[in-house]
Ligand binder design. Structure first.
Ligand code: AN7
Length: 353
């Protein structure tokens, strides 16, 4: 057994000797080299950081393990979060593992099936509100001021501390930071955390430069690009259907200090990238995650010079979170046939190239 995330980066995390070292096996996710999309984008060296390989299938586990460890250290009896789905799945898993109560507040009807299944299976108390994510977050922020539950949304600073380890891993594996980091932006915690990670590595002399941070919001949920909150955010990518990001300032800092950009991708571009990732790279992610690749392709189309540049796209969550999406956008229809050898053989001969 290798070291767990909290142990591996202990020297760069706010741990004390009283912080319990807990793990469900988060972190150390694969960095996979692109075989096809890089060529499409004219990008000579493109990698995908597969955060869907975390224990609950998204990057949230990195921040959650840290936030829950600190909550336990502080004697917390329970945790609470608002979520578009992945935060609640992760909180519910770590809550179950640590034997503390987990309360998740979600926008009714807006959370992908796989994520709901996780919160249910892990035994969280689930409250579905007739409102969107931004309203849910505002409610839990008020409630955790009054009730003895620890807030584990990314406004809890330990979440970002844990999430910054993904940046460390990328540098550790490549030997240097990439030139560009492409990442979806919802509540803007993750882009803020990566930027923290890259700048800390540079400050410690573990990296000689920092990447340009390229964040992407869905067109109908792009408050940072538009410059004002969106009261009814809309996008096919439910994970980033967020109109008033908690880490808005952090995202602007990441963008401006890194010489990066935060831009819009349309739902069509997201779905196109979602399909390409699965069909050309063998990477099945959720729609929100495909925003990073949609963004890269958009930058390439705008002639951002990517040749000789090293780029990493963060693939934030697995496609199994949202299985309905795959069938909705399937290009290969299912062939229904009788259980008959001859019919099957004929069909397969027609496919053989
Ligand atoms: C797959 O779970 O906000 O910009 O409540 O699930 O750090 O918010 C999820 C966000 C990207 C955006 N990709 O990250 C939640 C939640 C996936 C996500 C994002 C989310 P942030």
């Amino acid at each position: 057994m290798g070291l767990c995330l909290l142990e591996r980066y202990r020297h760069l995390l706010p741990l004390t000797d009283k912080t319990p070292v807990i793990t469900l096996g988060e972190g150390q996710t694969p960095l996979v080299r692109s075989r096809h999309i890089g060529a499409r984008a004219g990008c000579s060296e493109l990698y995908f950081k597969l955060e869907g390989c975390n224990p609950t299938g998204s990057f949230k586990d990195r921040g959650m393990v840290m936030a829950i460890a600190k909550a336990l250290e502080e004697g917390s009896q329970g945790i609470m979060c608002a979520s578009t789905g992945n935060t609640s799945a992760s909180a519910a898993a770590y809550g179950a593992y640590c034997g503390i109560q987990t309360i998740v507040v979600i926008p009714e009807g807006d959370v992908a099936k796989g994520k709901m299944a996780q919160a249910i299976a892990y035994g969280a108390h689930i409250v579905a509100i007739d409102g969107n994510f931004d309203q849910a977050l505002s409610l839990v922020r008020s409630l955790t001021d009054k009730l003895p539950f620890t807030l584990v949304n990314s406004v809890n600073r330990y979440r970002l501390e844990g999430q910054k380890t993904a940046a460390f891993e990328i540098v550790d594996e490549l030997g240097e930071p990439p030139d560009y980091l492409c990442i979806p932006v919802g509540n803007a915690g993750n882009i803020t955390a990566y930027w923290k990670g890259f700048t800390e590595y540079k400050a410690k002399g573990l990296a000689s430069f920092t990447p340009r941070m390229m964040g992407f919001q869905a067109e109908g949920a792009s408050p940072i690009v538009k410059g004002h909150p969106i009261s009814s955010p809309k996008t096919v990518a439910s994970a980033i259907r967020i109109g008033n990001p908690a880490s808005w300032k952090g995202a602007l800092t990441a963008r401006d200090e890194s010489g990066g950009a935060i831009e819009i991708v349309t739902d069509d571009e997201i779905i196109n990238a979602y399909r390409l990732l699965a069909r050309e790279e063998g990477i099945f992610c959720e729609p929100a995650s495909a925003a990073s690749v949609a963004g890269l392709l958009k930058l390439a189309a705008k002639n951002l010079p990517l040749q000789d540049k090293r780029t990493v796209c963060v693939i934030t969550g697995t496609g199994l979170k949202d299985p309905e999406m795959a069938s909705q956008f399937a290009e290969t229809p299912i062939k229904h046939l009788p259980a008959d050898l001859k019919t099957l053989e004929e069909h397969l001969r027609s496919l053989a190239r």
